[in-house]
Ligand binder design. Structure first.
Ligand code: ADP
Length: 232
């Protein structure tokens, strides 16, 4: 049964991926045909080129995510874990997001003052953890009208916990059960840019770290995604 389920997941992943790649490719093709068929005035050709440019960007970004997901799957279990200070990974993710999206806000606070400086040390790969945080911050800002992610750092003797809260569109209980599936997007998310692969990548990365990714959300009110990582 497990094999069959894994096979089914793989099949649906490939068919989703092909669909996601085919749609922008078909759009590219028809734009190019249009440009070839009629000699266009300079303003119109500029517009065609701009559309081609943004469609190509979309394709590059999707291909990169898919490659990343495939590699993360492949290398499961052989990744060396090193000492990572979560505040540093958070600061790197914040910096990267804000330089790409200057209108976003990421507010960072401690849940309580750490008792010792080892409370925010975890065993991990800083690049991958930064990627998880970046994705959670990005979603929090993208799906909320105030464009703000509220990050709280906390934890206990066993784990370091980082939660990312937003006051955005929220997720319905039915969708909550499915948002970690590759390519799944909730119906209230269709007006926002995205492919639905970010959270499945985050979950894979958390598995590699023997950590957890949890979510609580209320439709129309907001969401809170929490990562938990064992200490070094
Ligand atoms: P994307 O945002 O590109 O669609 P993700 O894999 O990051 O892909 O998220 C999957 C889906 O989970 C989103 O399409 C959206 O429906 C839902 N989602 C994720 N984060 C949030 C959030 N902070 N608020 C509301 N919905 C969210």
């Amino acid at each position: 049964h497990r094999l069959e389920q894994a096979f089914e997941q793989q099949r649906s992943f490939v068919s989703h991926a092909s669909h996601e790649l085919r749609t922008p490719l078909a759009a590219l093709k028809s734009e190019i045909q249009l440009g070839l068929r009629h000699p266009l005035p300079p303003e119109a050709s500029r517009q065609v080129l701009e559309t081609l440019h943004s469609d190509t960007d979309r394709l590059i970004s999707l291909t990169n995510s898919l490659l990343f997901l495939a590699r993360a799957l492949e290398n499961m279990g052989q990744m060396p874990l090193r000492e990572v200070r979560m505040e540093e990974a958070i600061a790197l993710a914040q910096e990267e997001l804000l330089s790409a999206c200057p209108g976003y806000r990421v507010e960072i606070a401690y849940e309580h003052l750490p008792e010792s400086d080892t409370q925010t040390l975890v065993a991990g790969n800083e690049d991958l953890l930064k990627r998880v945080l970046l994705n959670l911050f990005d979603n929090a800002c993208k799906y909320s009208p105030d464009r703000t992610a509220r990050v709280a750092i906390g934890g206990d003797d066993a784990v370091c916990r980082v939660s990312v809260r937003d006051a955005g569109i929220g997720i319905s209980p039915d969708d909550l059960a499915r948002i970690f599936e590759p390519f799944y997007r909730a119906t209230n998310a269709t007006g926002f840019a995205g492919f639905g692969v970010g959270l499945s990548i985050c979950q894979r990365i958390m598995e590699l770290h023997r950590g957890r990714l949890l979510v609580e959300s209320t439709l129309g009110q907001g969401s809170c995604f929490t990562i938990e990582l064992p200490h070094l």
